[in-house]
Design a protein around this ligand. Structure first.
Ligand code: UTP
Length: 474
């Protein structure tokens, strides 16, 4: 098809859905830019867009709160004596799967990290207390230590978006893949959705580029398949995927118990959970709906349910979702082979755009809508699904915000606190301030201890720790 004809067809398709303005700078574009723009138009899901606009952009979306739901069952962090044998069996199975090279790591790193406001992919954010290791480096070191421990290849799949893919690859290249074999680090991209203004018009970000943003971490379940990552996993004999978010340096990402409980149950997708810090903490709630584990968003759980308590005073809905999952390769394959769609969520955001006069506008308040899917919405698609409780100060310290809750500063302190806890558990005396905080800055490299129990074997390498010391253990 010649470019004129291609242009005419694109114009017709766009005008039919009131998006003709996307071609308004056509006459000012060179041939490469014209082709580029037409390709983007071809990729727009024009048959879905009017429905999206009606439902999510102009409307409030579809929020289906189930009538009947109950708290989901879970495996407590403290092994109940009567379940000791089950936990032990699961732990052994998890270790076996790791030794057999059947587990892969998978980090979702396609987000835009707008709240943190860091320049570049969030994985490159320096966070460790002494060495200022970046998030990517910390994960790579955990994987290196796990490879050593289990004498197995543990491939690492990294999901980026078209907005940060090139930069992410540059970072891995510049750091020689942090010592991991390059062929075991597989970087692939997720899909995108167009961005809308409040009237349902798609934004341009320049004269030949449609403004788009990544389609949410839920996009990972399609992207794993579409990118060929799943088929690569099959070739390598991978059966289970350990999923985590790029913002959490405390992640215990090769956890034999979690892997084993999930595999032992024959689950498609499983989750870790935390007891919520209060009834209204802004995390999703694990519930059981028609026998399936389902996350009900904090904003969708009716207030009286959020506050409901058991006779011992604990919350009935006490399990918060923290975006740590095990996913079986077979589950992702099945979803994609049978066709699936996750619910779409609407996010009102500040979206930079090119206006009709070709001026680039960076809004100082929200001016439009992004559409995303969430990975936890796939949980009810899995017939079996287990939940394992973890402890907040051991495993969850996301870097989300520039200041305050979930900020880099809070995460940095939690890294020190966890290292102090691991040393203390091994019987090491630590200087503490009057309010009980460690009076020293310590950092434990994954090569020194992958799990808290590892510290005990290294006691002879630990010097006395004095107030104000800065000590790096590797
Ligand atoms: P967040 O929900 O914190 O979003 O992502 P974000 O885009 O990183 O940050 P804000 O909201 O703009 O401040 C949680 C995790 O999901 C990944 C992120 O990279 C992070 O690891 N994610 C999010 C994706 O991989 N793709 C997406 O489209 C969205």
């Amino acid at each position: 098809m010649d470019i004129q004809q291609w242009h005419q067809e694109a114009k017709k398709r766009l005008e039919k859905i009131n998006q003709g303005h996307l071609l308004r700078f056509w006459d000012e574009l060179n041939d490469t830019q014209k082709t580029d723009l037409l390709r983007q138009v071809d990729r727009l899901e024009t048959e879905l867009i009017p429905k999206w606009i009606e439902t999510y952009v102009m409307g409030e979306g579809i929020i289906e709160i189930p009538h009947d739901f109950e708290p989901a069952p879970f495996y407590p962090a403290q092994t109940p004596p009567e379940q000791m044998e089950e936990y032990n069996r699961a732990h052994a199975l998890g270790e076996q799967l790791l030794r057999e090279g059947k587990v892969a790591g998978f980090v979702v790193a396609g987000g835009q990290g707008t709240r943190l406001g860091f320049d570049g992919p969030k994985g490159n954010f320096p966070i460790s207390p002494i060495k200022k290791k970046t998030l990517f480096q910390i994960f790579a070191e955990i994987l290196l230590a796990a490879r050593e421990r289990f004498q197995a290849e543990i491939p690492w799949y990294v999901m980026t978006s078209p907005l940060n893919n090139a930069q992410t690859i540059e970072i891995f290249e510049a750091n020689q893949y942090y010592g991991l074999p390059k062929e075991d680090v597989l970087i692939f991209q997720q899909g995108t959705n167009p961005n809308f203004d409040f009237e349902g018009r798609i934004f341009l970000s320049d004269k030949h580029t449609i403004a788009k943003s990544p389609d949410g971490h839920g996009g990972s379940l399609k992207a794993l398949y579409a990118s060929g990552a799943i088929s690569d996993m099959r070739d390598r004999g991978i059966e289970q995927i350990s999923y985590w978010q790029v913002d959490n340096p405390l992640i215990h990402l090769m956890d034999p118990l979690f892997i084993g409980l999930h595999a032992q149950a024959g689950a498609g997708m499983s989750s870790k959970t935390l007891k919520k810090s209060g009834p209204l903490e802004k995390v999703g709630n694990f519930c059981l709906v028609d026998g399936r584990v389902t996350v009900i968003e904090y904003s969708d759980l009716p207030d009286e349910q959020s506050h409901r308590t058991n006779p011992d005073g604990s919350l009935v809905f006490e399990l918060g979702s923290i975006a740590i999952h095990m996913i079986s390769v077979a589950f992702v394959e099945k979803l994609n082979q049978h066709g699936f769609a996750l619910p779409v969520h609407k996010a009102i955001k500040k979206i930079p755009y090119l206006n009709g006069e070709a001026n680039f506008i960076e809004p100082d308040k929200p001016n439009g809508v992004k559409l995303e899917t969430f990975v936890f919405d796939a949980l009810p698609m899995s017939k079996k699904s287990i939940i394992l409780e973890t402890i907040r100060n051991q495993e969850f310290a996301p870097v989300k915000n520039a200041t305050g809750t979930d900020s880099a500063e809070a995460t940095y302190q939690m890294m020190i606190d966890r290292a102090a806890d691991w040393l203390q558990r091994a019987g090491i005396a630590l200087p503490r301030t009057k309010d009980g905080k460690p009076d020293c800055i310590i950092e434990i490299a994954p090569s020194f201890a992958l799990y808290p129990e590892d510290v005990k074997n290294k006691i002879d390498q630990i010097p006395p720790i004095r107030p104000g010391d800065r000590i790096y253990f590797e």
